[in-house]
Ligand binder design. Structure first.
Ligand SMILES: NC(=O)c1ccc[n+]([C@@H]2O[C@H](COP(=O)([O-])OP(=O)(O)OC[C@H]3O[C@@H](n4cnc5c(N)ncnc54)[C@H](OP(=O)(O)O)[C@@H]3O)[C@@H](O)[C@H]2O)c1
Length: 256
């Protein structure tokens, strides 16, 4: 665990109400911890409460793949925080398939619901409040694999590509209201979900074309590497940044 590295930034989110989806482990938990360490009030959501939900965060159990789940998260945010100043749509993930034609239709739908529509739906419920207050920040967690796409994960990268495109468009619509919208695209990051996915991938037959060498900077990402980027984009330090996608990947994908 890391707390914000520069003392002058330690309390920069004091008074801010932050919602992070998927904060029970991995990248989301690091984002939650960093916001708590920066003085924010934080609510997080996941399908089940675990011992790895950071202490000090409020928690709501919900499945963001469904409209009912998203509504429950928005209602919990109203109840626990009284509104949301910073929304981080982080919940996501995928299981790999040998090739595109092996991906069942329901899996495509599941990926669209989790990695794209969950954000669209939650933003639709929570950005009206930001518009009214004429301030707010939204961060979408995508993937660095979007520009190249990824064999075995076409359903996932396609859904995240849609998320990035939507994120840019939403940023333009919300800019006149003082609400900023950006994306962070992680490369290979050491998290429970990431490790499990990569294990499933190596157990698939050969020929998916995945490259298992370390990123150019010599190591996989740490959840705090990604959280640092999220907090920067959500902070006033990024007050002239909107509609952007910040790739954080140790040089793994030299595009985008
Ligand atoms: N790790 C990587 O290498 C990597 C690379 C690129 C992009 N990303 C992106 O980074 C984000 C975080 O990934 P991670 O590696 O930290 O994943 P992780 O370790 O699997 O954690 C995912 C979090 O999201 C929650 N979640 C998953 N499905 C959910 C659902 N349907 N409803 C509500 N919550 C749900 C999980 O809790 P429950 O399971 O209890 O619901 C957990 O808290 C994802 O959007 C992922 O696509 C990760």
């Amino acid at each position: 665990m890391t707390t914000p590295r520069n003392d002058s930034r330690v309390r920069e989110f004091t008074g801010k109400r932050v919602l992070v989806t998927g904060g029970s482990r991995g990248i989301g938990a690091a984002i939650v911890r960093q916001f708590l360490g920066s003085g924010a009030e934080v609510l997080t959501a996941a399908r089940s409460r675990t011992s790895t939900v950071p202490e000090g965060a409020a928690f709501v159990e919900a499945d963001v793949r469904t409209r009912v789940g998203v509504k429950a998260v928005a209602e919990a945010a109203q109840e626990a925080l009284g509104g949301v100043d910073v929304l981080v749509n982080n919940a996501g993930g995928a299981r790999p398939f040998k090739n595109a034609w092996a991906i069942p239709d329901e899996e495509w739908q599941d990926q669209l619901d989790l990695n794209y529509l969950a954000s669209v739906r939650l933003d639709a419920l929570l950005t009206p409040g930001m518009r009214e207050r004429r301030s707010g920040a939204v961060v979408h967690v995508s993937t660095a694999a979007v520009p190249t796409s990824a064999p075995a994960f076409l359903h996932y990268t396609a859904a995240k590509a849609a998320l990035q495109n939507y994120s840019r468009g939403l940023a333009l619509e919300l800019a006149p209201f003082g609400v900023r919208v950006n994306a962070v695209s992680p490369g290979r990051t050491a998290t429970p979900g990431g490790e499990a996915t990569r294990k499933q991938q190596t157990s698939l037959d050969e020929g998916t074309g995945q490259d298992d060498t370390a990123p150019p900077l010599g190591r996989d990402g740490r959840p705090d590497d990604i959280a640092d980027a999220v907090l920067f984009l959500a902070s006033d330090r990024a007050s002239w940044l909107t509609g952007r996608n910040l790739t954080v990947d140790g040089g793994e994908f030299p595009v985008g």
